[in-house]
Design a protein around this ligand. Structure first.
Ligand SMILES: O=c1ccn([C@@H]2O[C@H](COP(=O)(O)O)[C@@H](O)[C@H]2O)c(=O)[nH]1
Length: 274
């Protein structure tokens, strides 16, 4: 039997520490790297990031939107990037934020979670705003493929708060129910921004990982991560993109800096020697 997503993620976090590094090949970052905004530029950027971080970050999160901009040629680069990461043993969360009625969700699940698909990742981000129940098929597919999902709960952008705080308890309860009784984690994580002033919803019964974007460019620090996620310090995965990607020569050192600072503030150990 294959290892569950929860077991693979736990092992990766214990060995490499809590950080997730984003691959966000925006026109601005490509320009800063002296690369064309083109599929070839995307490919050079993504390959360089994979090389710099695959053996020091537990998780890498390609942002699908920056690849989709280039249509099929961008998706081809995304496929290769996912393949390179998975070959290196790095866990891949594909940030696609999909959410739709059940029958359409089944097709998204086939695209992103079915291990035979060329864009299948270890986990994907999902949007619950068609109802948490609409994600049921995707969660079933994740389990069948030893993959996971991260459901948007309280995202890092300030304009989300008014809407999301109304339904966050439902999202967290749905995720907790799907994860009940599983060890070390269930397959359903949630997305909770590291930029929030405070978290007014309990994360302790989740029994799943918490992806926390917003570190660096959006203003959150490793100390903020530790303050907000003290109750789930072994399950939080702070995520950083622009703050480690701005200078091509410093991607690895910036990654190590954020990783080690987050681990120190969260008081979690890292087994790797890098
Ligand atoms: O709540 C969320 C969910 C996803 N994101 C994504 O994460 C990265 C953040 O990039 P930075 O450069 O570290 O700000 C980006 O791909 C977002 O789409 C998020 O920011 N907040």
């Amino acid at each position: 039997m294959n290892e569950s997503f929860g077991s693979r993620l736990r092992a990766r976090l214990d060995e490499y520490g809590p950080l997730c590094v984003g691959i966000d090949p925006s026109p601005k970052l490509l320009g800063a790297w002296g690369l064309d905004d083109s599929p070839a530029g995307l490919e050079r950027f993504s390959r360089a990031v994979v090389e710099a971080v695959a053996d020091v970050a537990a998780v890498v999160k390609p942002q699908s939107a920056f690849f989709e901009r280039w249509g099929s040629r961008g998706i081809a680069v995304l496929e290769r990037t996912i393949a390179d990461l998975r070959e290196a043993g790095t866990l891949v969360i594909l940030d696609v934020k999909r959410g739709d009625i059940g029958s359409t969700m089944a097709a998204y699940a086939e695209a992103y979670l079915d291990r035979g698909s060329p864009v299948a990742a270890d986990a994907v981000t999902l949007s619950p705003y068609l109802g948490f129940g609409s994600l049921e098929g995707a969660i079933t597919s994740a389990v069948a493929n030893d993959a996971g999902v991260f459901v948007l709960a309280l995202t890092s952008n300030p304009e989300a708060a008014a809407l999301q705080r109304l339904v966050a308890d439902q999202v967290l309860a749905g995720a907790a129910a799907a994860n009940a009784g599983q060890s070390p984690f269930g397959p359903v994580g949630v997305v909770v921004g590291a930029t929030l002033p405070a978290i007014e919803h309990s994360l302790t019964g989740l029994n799943g990982p918490v992806l926390a974007p917003g570190l660096g460019a959006q203003g959150a620090s490793p100390a903020d991560v530790a303050r907000l996620f003290a109750s789930v310090r072994h399950a939080v995965i702070p995520s950083v993109s622009r703050a480690v990607l701005t200078d091509p020569k410093r991607v690895r050192t910036r990654t190590l800096h954020y990783r080690d600072e987050c681990a120190a503030h969260l008081d979690v150990k890292i087994a790797t020697r890098h």
